[in-house]
Structure formats: structure tokens, C-alpha cells
Write a protein that binds this ligand. Structure first.
Ligand code: ADP
Ligand code: TRP
Length: 311
């Protein structure tokens, strides 16, 4: 079985774009691999400086994945900070790559261009991510297109280590879901929490209604295109054809139908999510982290031996 690993930033409430673009495809494929699902809480320190908020986000991200059906018996769900080998190994990798190489990082450059403080943590972010991946001899890493370069960084770090110390680390491959369309937000742009145009994934029916009613429909024509684009994620075009033919130009009726269809998808997940207790989340993370630690510790023993700190 191939090994799959991915990392989730504990960075706040999810929207239906995240669901169709990331959670649903993940939930459909993870069981075919030996899967590791890691909450990258130390990466979140590059953007978050509020302990209570981070604590809450870590628990929420686990709850979200359990609610969409990821089974902790079929995946190792764990917390990055509970496996200290990640930060330890990142240091070793940082001693192999150059500053000028890291300066080419798109994510780093974009964030600094937006005025975000250029901390050393933000700069070294790709090497902590490389450590996350390389510690587990990972074969595939499902990520969004924006993470492609980070996988190149991980491969480069692995190659440098292997060149210096002999074959030790496996070069991972990214798994980028091409088939998933970009889900439009209520204003027709890409749905994103940073644009404030989202339909919340675990929202109440009222919150869903409010978001759907705000979908922009001023493009003219019989079919409100942004409403239809979201509707198509829930039903086939053939299933939707009679509804849209019978209600040409009736935007309110079409939005009402979309609200019902969205709620039919979301209600069971919302209920499942609300039944998950803090204690359950903690148990999943503690058990997963113990398993991850075993793997990571064994790799780190080999690394310490190779670099020469193990006497
Ligand atoms: P946001 O843009 O809201 O900050 P993130 O960048 O945190 O979302 O994305 C988390 C995951 O959800 C990524 O895998 C990303 O590809 C996916 N995703 C985010 N927005 C959309 C969208 N509008 N359509 C499809 N997938 C999306
Ligand atoms: N950088 C990734 C993101 O922003 C999160 C991440 C950290 C990650 N470590 C990882 C993803 C390891 C995959 C594998 O989405």
C-alpha cells in the first residue's frame, strides 16, 4: 500500500468550496492508502498569535474531517506539535538548503508583498513542511495547486540529504486534483474566506439561506449562472433541467430550491459534527500522534545516525 500524507492548517471555519475542492475528494480516496492526516499547528504560528484561538481551531479541524466521514480507524489523524521530530528534522534540512533557494518561495514572497511580517518562521516554512513529509517516507501528498512548489522544496531537501549522507529519504509526489472545478462564491469570484463570499459548510439552515440569497444574479438571462454553478455540484444537469426550465427568470424560486438541496447535504454532517465532543477529538489526536511518533522516531534515529550526532 502506498503511503499518503497531508497537512491541514487549523485556520478557521470551512466553506462549501473547501468541501468540494478538498474534503470530499480526500474522504473518497484516503482509505485506498496508508493515510496520515496531520493538523499542522506549528505552521499556524506563522500567522496566528492567539493561543485560545489556535486551541479552538485545532479541535475544529479534526471535528470537520470526522463530520465529513473520515474514519480514525482508517487514517492516522495527528497533531504536528505532538511529534517533536518534525521541528527537530526541519533544523537538519535547513542546514542543507540555501537562503537564496528559500527566497524563491511563492508563498513567502506573496505574503511579504501583502505586508505580512517576514519572520524567520515564515521564511523556513517550506522546510518544516518538507520534514512533515519526509519523516514518513511518504509516496503521495494530496494538496491544492498552490502547494506544488512546496513539494518541489521537499524533493530538493530529500535529494540534498541523500547526496550528503547516502540514500535515506524518499522523494514524494504531489497529488493535485485537477477535475475539481473552482467553486464560485456568492459574488461569482472564487469562494474564499479571505473574500467574505462564502457559504459555510457547517452553517445553520438560516446561515445557508442568508448566503444563498446574497448570490449575485444581475448577469441577466433566464438562468442565474452563479446559482446554477453551485447547484451543479449537488445534482446532475439532467436532474436540474426541469427545475430551471419551469422557473426561467424566477431567481427566488431557484435560490429556494438550492437552499433545500444544500441543506439536504449539510444537515446530516452538521448533526454529526455537533455530536463530536472535545474528549473524542482529544482521544483521536492522542492516539494518532502516538502512532505517528513511532514512525517519525524511527526515521529520526536513522537521520541522527547518518548526520553523526548519535554517538
Ligand atoms: P480559502 O481560499 O478559503 O482560504 P484555503 O486556501 O484554506 O481556502 O483552501 C483549503 C482547501 O480548499 C484547498 O485544498 C483548496 O484548494 C480548497 N478550496 C478553497 N477554496 C476553493 C474553491 N472556491 N473551490 C474549490 N476548492 C477550494
Ligand atoms: N502548506 C500546507 C497548506 O498551506 C499545509 C502543510 C503543512 C502540508 N505541512 C504539510 C500539506 C505536509 C501537506 C503535507 O495547505
Amino acid at each position: 500500500m502506498q503511503r499518503l500524507l497531508t497537512g491541514l492548517q487549523p485556520s478557521g471555519a470551512l466553506h462549501i468550496g473547501n468541501y468540494f475542492g478538498a474534503l470530499k475528494p480526500f474522504a473518497e480516496m484516503y482509505a485506498e492508502y496508508e493515510s496520515y492526516l496531520m493538523v499542522v499547528d506549528y505552521h499556524a504560528l506563522t500567522s496566528l498569535r492567539n493561543g485560545d484561538e489556535l486551541r479552538g481551531n485545532i479541535k475544529n479541524v479534526v471535528r470537520d474531517y470526522l463530520a465529513v466521514g473520515v474514519d480514525p480507524a482508517k487514517a492516522i489523524i495527528f497533531q504536528q506539535s505532538q511529534v517533536q521530530e518534525h521541528t527537530e528534522f526541519a533544523w537538519v534540512l535547513e542546514c542543507l538548503v540555501t537562503v537564496s533557494f528559500l527566497e524563491l518561495g511563492h508563498a513567502y514572497k506573496d505574503k511579504v508583498a501583502k505586508g505580512i511580517e517576514a519572520t524567520a518562521g515564515l521564511f523556513n516554512y517550506p522546510m518544516l513542511m518538507a520534514a512533515d513529509i519526509l519523516l514518513y517516507d511518504t509516496d503521495v501528498v494530496p494538496v491544492g495547486e498552490d502547494q506544488r512548489q512546496h513539494l518541489e522544496y521537499a524533493r530538493e531537501a530529500a535529494a540534498k540529504f541523500n547526496k550528503a549522507y547516502g540514500e535515506t529519504l524518499k522523494e514524494p509526489k504531489e497529488l493535485i486534483q485537477k477535475s475539481v472545478a473552482v467553486v464560485p462564491g456568492t459574488d461569482g469570484k472564487k469562494m474564499s474566506k479571505s473574500y467574505g463570499n462564502t457559504i459555510p459548510l457547517f452553517g445553520t439552515k438560516d446561515e445557508i439561506s442568508k448566503a444563498v440569497m446574497s448570490i449575485v444574479t444581475d448577469s441577466g438571462g433566464d438562468k442565474p449562472e452563479h446559482v446554477f454553478a453551485i447547484h451543479k455540484l449537488l445534482k446532475t444537469e439532467t436532474e436540474l433541467a426541469p427545475l430551471y426550465e419551469d422557473n426561467q427568470g424566477k431567481y427566488k424560486a431557484l435560490k429556494d430550491a438550492l437552499i433545500e438541496d444544500l441543506d439536504a447535504l449539510i444537515a446530516p454532517m452538521r448533526e454529526k459534527r455537533s455530536a463530536i465532543t472535545d474528549a473524542e477529538v482529544k482521544k483521536v489526536l492522542d492516539e494518532g500522534s502516538a502512532k505517528a511518533r513511532e514512525k517519525a522516531a524511527s526515521k529520526m534515529r536513522e537521520v541522527r545516525q547518518k548526520v553523526g550526532v548519535a554517538l
